[in-house]
Structures are given as C-alpha cells and as structure tokens.
Write a protein that binds this ligand. Structure first.
Ligand code: UD1
Length: 373
C-alpha cells in the first residue's frame, strides 16, 4: 500500500510549459502526490522548448517521447502510440493535461482507455469554431476528463451545456497567470530591444494560427498591414516557426524584412517576450494565452480572430476581437495611440495561487479516483 500518488504532467508545445511550471512547483510541496513531467516532443526546437524548461524551473522530463512535427493525424497518433508504450515505465495514478494542443487530447485518450483518471487544466474554454484544431481538442478532452479545472466563469456554463457533471468542475483560476505572477521580477525586454536597436515606443506582434498564416491571401493582407502600421509606430514581431515558413513559401519575408520600423525576431525566451509585452503600447496577436497575459498586465490586446475562447479578456480585460477586418485593426491602433482605448481589470482568481488550489483538490480526490493504490 503506497501513500504517494504519481501524477504524470503532460507538456508538449510551447504554451503548455508556462501552465505546467507552477503545477510542478506546487506538487513538489505535496506529501501525498509526486509529479513527473512527460514531454511529448511536439515542440522540440531549443527556442520553442528547452529554453522554457530552464527559465521556468521545470524539472527535467521523466521521459521525452520525441514525436516532432507532422500532420494532425500523424502527430496525434504518434503521441498516442509512444505514450501508451511508455505507460508501464511511467506508471501514473493520474494523467494531468493542460490547454488544447494535440498532445493534450492524445495523452488524455490513451490514459482514459487504460482506466487511468485524467485531469484537464484550462477546461471548458470554447471558441465555438470547429474549424480550429484546438476547439476539437478542447471538447474531446473535457468529455473524457475526471477532474476539470477552469480559468474563468464562462467555462462552467460551457461544460454544463455539454452534459458534464458540475461536481467534476472546479474554478481554480489560471496557471499561466501563476507563472506570470512568479516571473514578474525577472521580465526583461532589454536584450530583445537591444537586438533590434529600438528605444522608442512600440507595438508587439504575434501571428501563428493556421486560419491567418496558412491562407496565402490572408497572410498577404497581414504582411501589408504590418508594413503600413509600422510607419505609425515601430512594430516588434517575434516570428513563430510556422509563420516564418509560410512567409518564405509565399515570398513575403523580404517585404517585411525591408520595412525600416518592422523588427523581425525569432521565437523569444519567456522573460524577454513577456518583458516586451509589459513595455509595449499594445499587442496585436492571434494567440490564446497572450489575450490573458495582456489582460493581467493591463496592456491593450488586439486579437485578429473572429472568435475567442477566453471571453473574460474582452468582457473585463483589455482585449478586443477584430475578426478579419484589417480596417478595424487600423482604427483600434488609432484609439490606442490617441489614448481613447478602453482600460480593463483582472479576472477573478487570477491571483498567482491557482496551482496550489489544483494540488489541494487533487490531494482530496486521488484516494477516491484510485482506490487500489
Ligand atoms: C501548436 C498548437 C497551437 C499552439 C501553438 C503554439 C496544436 C493543434 N496546435 O501549433 O494550439 O497555439 O502550438 O506554438 O497542437 N516547428 C518548428 N519547431 C518546433 C515546433 C514546430 O520548427 O519546435 C514548425 C514545424 O514546421 C511545424 C510547424 O512549426 O510543422 C507547426 O508546429 P505544430 O506543432 O504543428 O503547430 P503549431 O502551429 O506550433
């Protein structure tokens, strides 16, 4: 009879790492739970993965499944095959998945079919857009999870609509914000700004969603927008590998590179990227997590998407959804520059203590979820 329950925490892609870090820290303080990190290898470049483990103090993975990039079916399938094969070695009592990437659904599905309970952190978020691969991952992961930890109040309403028992759902807050809270003293825009020799005000840009960057016509409009807007305020654009590939394939890289006030960078370490967010006049993005980080920091966020799965960032935060209307982006930037853009406040329970609440609930729930241990 063991008194320790082993929690396998799945980290696969860049946005998972900041959600896992505080959970591993809180697990390290538990007397009854032991956390191990399983890296699926969905993201593998140093700049997309290793850097974050070092900066955020995430323990060395117990195992790296090394799956790499592929089509959705192949990548998801490869994660499932390798994770299932490793289950005897990992021997988890519960598998904890975060967010909505392919690693999230793949590992949840394998665990559940082996009769191992699953906890989903960041459950219940819905964009209601089933064209987004992440929306499929979210809906399916929530359906098979035993414990669902939510970041905002709207999530419980979505889960109830999908028939999930309210007793399984816990509004604990936001682990991505735990990381931001923890890392705040270390944020440093300096190295990135020095790299592009910028000491003026700037806007920060990120784009990587397939709906924006995989569609050549849309990508072309985004490139035009960035060149034009950079003439009003310098823009800093750390480019995601997917986006960099698409810009090259579509012959657009050069037009961005020659724009004098559009500063292209590679993917940045956490402390530098969030340092830039904190120092920026605004962020123009199609990311999910950045909508939350800007809201918490009080920085205007312009989201170039038709939907958001994080409605509190629009309702109480600093976020505005711009759809595919680039004229609206221009007008929103004008309102930021002339000081008439809205200000926001911080959503409930985004207080840096979410991971502690999650671990407390896991400690109470595990004996019932795994009575055989
Ligand atoms: C994935 C997630 C997305 C998340 C994003 C954050 C899914 C379905 N999508 O999208 O939700 O917002 O991560 O980054 O899980 N590549 C590299 N090096 C890497 C990783 C990727 O060069 O370390 C390149 C490869 O060419 C790859 C492409 O980027 O084909 C896209 O990577 P992939 O993991 O398929 O999806 P993301 O767009 O990163």
């Amino acid at each position: 009879m063991s008194s320790t329950f082993r929690i396998a925490c799945i980290a696969g892609a860049r946005p998972n790492f900041m959600k896992i870090a505080p959970i591993m820290r809180a697990l390290a303080h538990s007397k009854v739970l032991e956390g191990v990190v399983i890296h699926t290898g969905q993201h593998y470049d140093k700049a997309m993965s290793d850097t974050f483990f070092g900066e955020l103090g995430i323990p060395e993975p117990f195992l790296n499944l090394g799956v790499g990039s592929a089509t959705h079916g192949r990548q998801t399938g490869q994660i499932m095959i390798t994770f299932e094969e490793a289950m005897d070695t990992i021997a988890p009592d519960l598998v904890l998945v975060v967010g909505d990437v392919n690693s999230t659904i793949a590992c949840a599905l394998v665990a559940k079919k082996l009769g191992i309970p699953v906890a989903h952190v960041e459950a219940g978020l819905r964009s209601f857009d089933r064209q987004m691969p992440e929306e499929i991952n979210r809906v399916l992961t929530d359906q098979i999870s035993d414990l669902l930890f939510t970041t905002e109040e709207a999530a419980a309403v979505n889960l109830a609509r999908e028939g999930i028992d309210a007793a399984q759902v816990h509004f604990t807050g936001n682990t991505m914000i735990d990381t931001l809270h923890h890392m705040l003293p270390k944020l440093d825009a300096g190295p990135a700004l020095a790299e592009v020799s910028l000491d003026a005000e700037f806007g920060l840009v990120t784009f990587h969603r397939p709906s924006n960057v995989d569609e050549p016509a849309t990508l072309g409009q985004i490139a035009e927008l960035l060149v034009a807007e950079s003439q009003r305020i310098p823009l800093v654009f750390p480019v995601h590998p997917r986006t960099r590939n698409r810009l090259h394939e579509n012959g657009l890289w050069k037009s961005l590179q020659v724009a004098p006030d559009l500063h292209l960078l590679g993917p940045l370490p956490y402390t530098q990227f969030l340092g830039l967010v904190q120092k920026s006049r605004f962020v123009l993005t199609d990311s999910g997590g950045i909508q939350e980080e800007t809201t918490w920091l009080g920085i205007p966020c312009l989201t170039q998407r038709t939907s958001t799965e994080r409605p509190c960032t629009v309702d109480v935060g600093t976020n505005t959804l711009l759809g595919e209307d680039f004229g609206a982006t221009h007008r929103a930037i004008s309102s930021i520059l002339d000081g008439t853009y809205k200000s926001g406040s911080r959503p409930s329970k985004w207080d840096g203590r979410c991971a502690e609440r999650i671990v407390e609930i896991l400690e109470q729930a595990l004996p019932d979820l795994c009575p055989q241990v």
